[in-house]
Design a protein around this ligand. Structure first.
Ligand SMILES: [Zn+2]
Length: 310
């Protein structure tokens, strides 16, 4: 029986982090699952309120559960950025393994009050569900922003982190430590990288004493991510990078076959593009350096060239 709590404990002991990838369709899910399966590392799949609305709350829960059961694989499902108690309860009842209850747009006190209420309500539905709370400001929207906002005045302090965790009883905390949702155009082009406050992460980890999640990981400097994981980050969220790859792959699939209408001949292109990103991030977060020769994650770049994807 796969258990997300055990997976997080093991990750902490091994000095690695679990990757969290948002999915909005079966292309993304297929790419994420096959990447994790080939690298043999656990993975957390996330669906925001918008993504859940598009796919169906119970439907995405059923698909992820079927992958976990059929392949006996540690793949878990998170209800990402859930802003109301009603939507959180809906996800818990559908069988989500974790819920990010996000009242971070409110004042600290109101956020704490609402999050505590959510923790109690969700645990009453499923005592093993993990609830994550969020403090500080990490921006909104996993999309391409014209400019990266300056959020340096809204970083989480270790004292706030401890107070919030003790008051609310959250299992996991998402702090603001230099991370940000979405990417600027310069980040997409690789010219700019997000930088993290590693010292602050270590202090928050000591103060909060629960697993920490890094939201908005897309476009972050690789070395900063490595150090953040060593300092106490247990879950890293990557969404925008996957969305950029999804779109690029779809465009390649369409332009390589202008008259094609068979979806399963077009959609392998975005699957492959997303896989390239997912594999690279899974390797980084899990410290995977050696790969089996037949691994598709290793041969994907070559296959991509053969398909004429530039
Ligand atoms: Zn997030």
């Amino acid at each position: 029986m796969h258990d997300i709590r055990n997976v997080l404990e093991l990750a902490r002991k091994s000095g690695v982090a679990v990757a969290h990838f948002n999915v909005a369709d079966l292309v993304l899910l297929k790419a994420v699952f096959s990447s994790a399966q080939e690298l043999q590392v656990p993975v957390l799949v996330g669906a925001s309120e918008g993504e859940r609305e598009f796919m169906g709350v119970r439907q995405i829960a059923a698909v992820v559960r079927s992958l976990r059961e059929e392949f006996d694989f540690p793949i878990f499902l998170n209800a990402n950025h859930t802003h109301t108690l009603g939507k959180a309860i809906e996800a818990a009842k559908a069988g989500f393994d974790t819920v990010v209850f996000d009242a971070s747009a409110l004042s600290f006190d109101e956020n704490a009050r609402q999050t505590k209420k959510a923790v109690e309500a969700l645990k009453a539905i499923n005592p093993t569900i993990l609830v994550e709370g969020e403090i500080g400001n990490i921006g909104t929207g996993s999309e391409i922003h014209q400019f990266a906002p300056d959020l340096s005045n809204y970083l989480t302090t270790p004292a706030e982190a401890r107070q919030f965790v003790e008051f609310t009883g959250v299992d996991v905390l998402a702090p603001a430590v230099g991370n940000m949702h979405g990417m600027s155009q310069k980040m997409v082009e690789g010219e700019n990288k997000k930088r993290l406050d590693i010292e602050r992460i270590a202090q928050i980890k000591t103060a909060a004493r629960v697993p920490l999640t890094l939201h908005g990981g897309s476009g972050t400097d690789d070395e900063d991510l490595r150090q953040a994981i060593s300092a106490g980050i247990s879950i890293v969220h990557i969404n925008t990078e996957l969305r950029v790859a999804w779109r690029r792959g779809l465009e390649s699939g369409l332009s390589a076959q202008p008259n094609q209408v068979v979806p399963y001949k077009i959609l392998p292109f975005p699957v492959m593009e997303v896989k390239l990103v997912a594999c690279a991030r899974l390797r980084l977060f899990n410290g995977v350096t050696q790969l089996p020769v037949e691994d598709e994650c290793a041969v994907a770049p070559r296959a991509r060239e053969e398909q004429g994807v530039s």
